[in-house]
Design a protein. Structure first.
Length: 318
């Protein structure tokens, strides 16, 4: 099998990515697991041979306690490289947006954390994944969830409308990553948090790997260099950008990633150069209180005011 080359235009990349993940959604609907890495042809999800069920990128991201009660198809459709909902420190009443929400697992987990006074949005461009996500939303009985169709390079939400942006192994798939980050900055409220899991690289990556479309749609070839990621976040206006590696892929992982792509793992040096990471940054400004916290603070202020008509506390001016 020879590896296909990365298309030139953003629209071509989108079409190729959408076709692959649409096919993955169909497989998940039939009860097969979806995975992220490696070639799409002849695989059960996205990785390796037809019988391959282990993926060095997507394996062991969620514990049973977190996913208890979620629809099985939401778990099968998990194509991420981390667990951003566990790391983003979501608070009740916050508005969260998941860029590239797929089958909806991180949106449903976020909805639990922000509670009934909060809101969790999921944005995806793939009709098949959106249909799967809507089905999972209904099965989970989530009432504070909304899935949107669109592109992460042009987010269909107003400016300064979101408290937290999460994403799970999706930004690397975009053909215009700076535009994605600029859009994330636009829709975040002042003080809003960018908290995503993604694959990043460290050091020089061979051209044969960067040019493979199989590896691009498998979350590998399009991954940003860690220093470039930080620089782009700063360039669009974010403060305090940081990258925290959560899983560095060794030689065995690299062999699994390259399986079926036509690239001989022995011919390229990529061990230790790819990693899953948690990427953080903050939009400048003071974060507003989430609705739940604002209501609590107002209630406390009212209680402290006491019974006097002037609004003073009972022990004031006595």
């Amino acid at each position: 099998m020879t590896t296909s080359q990365v298309p030139i235009t953003l629209d071509e990349i989108r079409a190729t990515v959408a076709a692959r993940y649409g096919a993955t959604a169909h497989r998940v609907a039939e009860g097969a697991p979806g995975v992220c890495c490696g070639p799409s042809e002849g695989s059960s999800g996205c990785c390796g041979s037809t019988n391959e069920t282990w993926d060095p990128i997507t394996a062991d991201l969620y514990d049973a306690g977190q996913t208890a009660g979620l629809p099985e198809q939401a778990l099968l459709a998990s194509l991420g490289c981390g667990n951003p909902t566990a790391l983003a420190e979501l608070k009740p009443g916050e508005v969260v947006l998941d860029l590239g929400s797929g089958g909806g697992i991180d949106v449903l987990l976020s909805a639990r954390r922000v509670g009934p006074t909060g809101k969790a949005y999921g944005l995806d461009m793939t009709d098949e994944m959106l249909a799967l996500a809507q089905e999972n939303k209904a099965k989970a009985g989530a009432t504070n969830v909304e899935f949107l169709r669109g592109h992460i390079e042009s987010i269909p939400l107003p400016s300064s409308s979101v408290d937290v942006i999460i994403s799970n192994c999706v930004i690397n798939l975009s053909g215009d990553k700076k535009r994605v980050l600029a859009e994330a900055f636009r829709v975040l409220k002042p003080g809003g948090r960018f908290a995503v899991s993604d694959v990043v690289t460290h050091g020089e990556i061979p051209a044969t790997v960067r040019q493979s479309m199989d590896l691009w749609t498998g979350c590998v070839a399009g991954a940003l260099d860690d220093q470039e990621f930080v620089a782009l976040l700063s360039a669009v206006g974010f403060e305090n950008p940081s990258i925290e590696p959560t899983r560095v892929y060794d030689a065995d992982d690299a062999a699994a990633l390259l399986e079926g792509t036509g690239i001989d793992p022995k011919s390229v040096d990529v061990a230790g150069k790819f990693m899953s990471a948690f990427v953080r940054a903050t939009k400048p400004g003071k974060a507003p209180l989430p609705l739940a916290a604002a209501v609590t603070k107002a209630a406390e202020s009212h209680a402290q005011a006491g019974s006097r008509s002037c609004g003073c506390s009972d022990d004031c001016c006595s």
